[in-house]
Design a protein around this ligand. Structure first.
Ligand code: CO
Length: 222
């Protein structure tokens, strides 16, 4: 009982902080049902998204909202700095499911300017447990350091954000999952996009890959 007494007030406080989320949820359901009363019933039967989105976990980059897609239209994987590591079973499982089971037509790797993880990689800053994860972005920085070091300091971060997208999109194309899909003539493309937090606009980095990686070197040059 003692414990309960100690925890209750804090608990109650936390509930009131979270209540608006449930209120928002009810309003959101009502808005969707107004347009299509069978929307959720249809969705419950199956999902058939055309796109896989691999983006940064940053709260300012909400995948569905940015591209105006409804539930059921976008399969999503997000992590710090939109990294696609060939050693990450989490990301690879998502890609495999999207390609083999859902048969999405497009995989979009979307970074964003001003990314905190990319900034930490650029300036060798420690941000905690994610330091090991950020090594993937430090590798991109090292690979392109000759180009980056010639830029003014203020431009380096955003350029590394772009280069990171290009490298992670190439990683997607180098997975056996995509190689196998292309080998069996599955129609699927990998894209690299970047999002501007300051203006809400998406930019295509024009590195679309839609065939096996043999010719990749020429295809993915920014
Ligand atoms: Co970010």
């Amino acid at each position: 009982m003692k414990k309960r007494g100690r925890f209750l007030p804090r608990c109650a406080n936390r509930m009131s902080e979270l209540n608006p989320l449930f209120e928002n949820n009810k309003r959101w359901v009502a808005k969707i049902m107004e347009r299509d009363s069978g929307f959720f019933q249809k969705l419950a039967r199956q999902q058939k998204p055309q796109y896989l989105w691999i983006g940064c976990a940053d709260s300012r980059v909400p995948a569905n909202e940015i591209v105006g897609l409804l539930p059921g239209e976008l399969f999503v994987h997000r992590n710090i700095s939109n990294v696609v590591s060939l050693n990450d079973p989490n990301c690879l499982s998502v890609i495999q499911y999207a390609v083999d089971v859902l048969q999405v037509r497009h995989i979009i790797v979307c970074g964003h300017y001003g990314c905190g993880g990319v900034d930490a990689a650029l300036h060798n800053q420690s941000i905690g447990l994610a330091d090991a994860w950020i090594q993937h972005v430090r590798n991109v920085k090292e690979k392109y350091w000759e180009e980056l070091s010639q830029l003014k300091k203020v431009l380096q971060l955003n350029r590394l954000c772009e280069l990171n997208v290009i490298e992670q999109a190439a990683n997607v194309a180098h997975t056996d999952i995509l190689r196998d899909a292309w080998a069996r003539q599955q129609r699927i493309s990998v894209h690299g996009w970047i999002y501007g937090i300051e203006n809400g606009l998406l930019r295509d980095l024009n590195i679309t890959i839609n065939r096996s990686p043999n010719g990749l070197a020429g295809t993915i040059r920014p």
